[in-house]
Design a protein around this ligand. Structure first.
Ligand code: NAI
Length: 308
């Protein structure tokens, strides 16, 4: 199975590294606009093969889309990341132009590919890709919920002092500091609601830490994070390529689901070989529905910036 990743920067290269290391794809093409950069990243990752024991074929290219031909999945991470103090929304102007042209080039060479959009503001970039490519909605997937949910599970694991892998929890809604919705009511540890172990105040703190999880790292690192984002993309691509049908919160075009239309927003999805196999209704309560509606309004108004 062949995967192309556009943008060999922090997130793209980490994603390639995790996918190679875990044997998720048999072939990975890294493409970047910066002369020689993707070639260098691919060569560096290739040289891990004998020490970590993988057989994935890696190729790095500078802007040569012919090498991406026949990809099963294409991942778009090209664009600028946040700097400290910036919101994801502030990236819109520059990244919209990049994402649109990259997506069109990719489609030309891989007409059957499933598209995974990572560049921020991710919900708006996913909507842009959906509208400009004209593909069925199951083939355009925005990655944000997988990352936000892994951050939520990490903060829950710290509060509970239990392994994150024993915790099940999901973040839906927009992929923004104020728009994401950590579903604390539905979070569980080994099947038991976390509300049995944590107070309301503790849960509120976990939710608040999750929502600013990206900004916390941006302030610490001086640029946005890459290990967890790269691993989250790999986790999503694994579910597609290996038809794992995992339930992952992804930004997808909604047509009535969760009461919304004509936006891409994070909802729980079954992810398999066709991309989005199904959008799952997790039955929000009234308070969660109100938060979702507010989040959708914020995503919608950000999409308006595409027209200007
Ligand atoms: P980075 O700056 O390390 O890498 C971006 C790469 O894109 C650079 O190597 C650059 O040369 C390349 N690029 C720019 N224009 C291009 C074009 N037209 N064609 C091909 N390559 C091009 O940035 P990083 O940290 O990897 O972040 C990438 C994007 O992902 C940013 O927009 C960031 O905000 C977003 N992001 C999204 C997350 C999510 O959960 N959806 C999580 C983390 C980052």
């Amino acid at each position: 199975m062949k995967v192309t990743i556009v943008g060999a920067g922090n997130v793209g290269a980490t994603c390639a590294d995790v996918m190679a290391y875990r044997g998720i794809a048999s072939e990975i093409v890294l493409l970047d606009i910066r002369e020689g950069f993707a070639e260098g990243k691919a060569l560096d990752i290739m040289q891990c093969a004998t020490n970590t024991g993988f057989n994935t074929k890696l190729t790095g290219v500078t802007n040569d889309y012919s090498k991406t031909a026949g990809s099963d999945v294409v991942v778009i991470t090209s664009g600028i990341p946040r700097k400290p103090g910036m919101t994801r929304e502030e990236l819109i102007g520059i990244n919209a132009g990049i994402v649109k042209s990259v997506a069109e080039n990719l489609l030309q060479h891989s007409p059957d590919a499933i598209f995974v959009i990572v560049s921020n503001p991710m919900d708006t970039m996913t909507y842009l890709a959906f509208k400009s490519l004209g593909l069925p909605k199951n083939r355009i997937i925005g990655m944000g919920g997988a990352l936000d949910s892994s951050r939520f599970r990490t903060y829950l694991s710290l509060a509970l002092n239990k392994p994150a892998n024993d915790i099940s929890a999901m973040v839906i809604g927009g992929h923004g500091d104020t728009t994401m919705i950590p579903l604390t009511r539905l979070a569980s540890y080994n099947g038991i609601p976390v509300s049995q172990f944590l107070s309301e105040e503790q849960l509120a703190k976990v939710a608040a830490d999750t929502m600013v999880g990206g900004a916390t790292l941006t302030a610490l690192l001086g640029t946005s994070a890459w290990y967890a984002p790269g691993a989250s993309v790999a986790y999503l691509v694994d579910s597609i390529l290996n038809d794992q049908r995992k339930m992952i919160a992804c930004s997808v075009f909604v047509e009535g689901e969760y009461g919304q239309n004509d936006i891409c927003i994070g909802v729980p999805c079954i992810i398999g070989k066709n991309g989005v196999e199904e959008i799952v209704d997790v039955k929000l309560n009234d308070a969660e529905k109100a938060l979702f509606a507010k989040s959708a309004d914020a995503v919608r108004s950000m999409n308006d910036a595409l027209a200007t």
